[in-house]
Design a protein around this ligand. Structure first.
Ligand code: MLT
Length: 323
């Protein structure tokens, strides 16, 4: 009995300590895992988040790129990390919602193994082809792709990445199955496209924007209902009669399940304050992000978004993969 009481007392003391430590959070450098290669949409977004946390929470938040497995290697690392707020995941629609469609033995459950912190941004995807690709319009692309599916090399950031998912939707809609080449992120895909080794990719706007503007690659269509103000001449998939190619993946912040509520609250509050800054909103708009209303940003809204995007897209992806 005495032994039990002592054990209970130890548990209480430990719980108290954890609570007190959580109140002080953060007291040292924290790591933000970006599960893709440096220089691409995930990395740019993760660094923006790191900057916000560093400024609002008074400690260094350092990005670590843990690429591989379409983002699932880094997400798994984050899921298994100590739930103390010092390992954070800047994930996205693929890693934190749709990965189970592609990996039967994923090693983590996007909805059970993470606590949502908040939505950072949503960016529509572009279909971008190499400069000398024999199509200058989306209609020409579809005609060429349908008659030459065996000649096409498509770059993507790994099975289950959003660049993979975007092109999967495109291919299913036009009825082709070209060769899909995995990279560790879409920044290396872009390099391969500039070098002529890859014909095209489907990537969130920010990934290729500067090379599109410089005329080094060609953006043929945006997978959205509305044109981007950054690329007003690029038609939408809806205008082009291909509404199935419509994707604006979310990029968002998560921590391992079991993270103390006080830590979650501090992170969510910092993220929300950072995203409210005019300069941050301007930067996101310059990157091609769709505006996100404040009420869609917090942990609860992100949990709902993960659920609704999973329910909406899983059947579409499974059908597309079977085509
Ligand atoms: C990247 O940053 O490389 C891409 O956003 C990853 C992806 O396509 O999912």
């Amino acid at each position: 009995m005495a032994k039990h009481l002592m054990a209970a007392a130890v548990v209480l003391v430990l719980a108290g300590l954890t609570g007190a430590q959580a109140q002080d959070y953060p007291t040292r450098t924290a790591t933000i895992i970006v599960p893709f290669a440096a220089g691409g949409p995930a990395d740019i977004t993760g660094r923006l988040v790191a900057d916000i946390f560093s400024r609002y929470l008074g400690q260094r938040f350092v990005v670590e790129n843990v690429a591989g497995g379409g983002g699932t290697t880094g997400a798994l690392r984050a899921a298994r990390a100590a739930a103390d707020g010092y390992t954070i995941l800047s994930g996205h629609l693929g890693t934190n919602a749709l990965a189970p469609a592609f990996y039967p033995n994923l090693g983590y459950d996007p909805q059970k193994d993470f606590e949502p912190i908040g939505l950072t941004a949503e960016y529509p995807e572009l279909l971008v082809v190499r400069k000398d690709f024999p199509a200058n319009t989306f209609k020409e692309f579809v005609a060429y792709a349908k008659s030459n599916p065996d000649k096409l090399n498509v770059g993507h950031a790994g099975l289950g990445s959003v660049s993979y998912i975007g092109c999967l939707l495109l291919h299913a809609a036009i009825g082709i199955k070209p060769t899909m080449i995995p990279f560790t992120g879409t920044a290396p895909v872009l390099n391969a496209m500039l070098g002529g080794q890859v014909d095209y990719e489907c990537d969130p706007v920010l990934g290729t924007l500067s090379q599109v503007r410089a005329g080094n690659v060609k953006a043929l269509v945006i997978a959205a209902k509305k044109r981007s103000p950054l690329l007003p001449d690029v038609p939408t998939s809806h205008e082009q009669g291909l509404p199935e190619f419509d994707i604006a993946p979310f990029y968002a912040v998560f921590v391992p399940i079991g993270t103390p509520q006080a830590v979650i609250d501090r992170l969510a509050d910092a993220l929300s304050k950072g995203l409210n800054e005019e300069a941050v909103q301007k930067r996101l708009a310059e990157l091609g992000a769709d505006p996100v209303k404040p009420e869609r940003r917090g942990p609860k809204a992100l949990a709902d978004l993960v659920k609704s995007e999973t329910a909406r897209l899983m059947p579409i992806l499974r059908a597309a993969a079977e085509k």
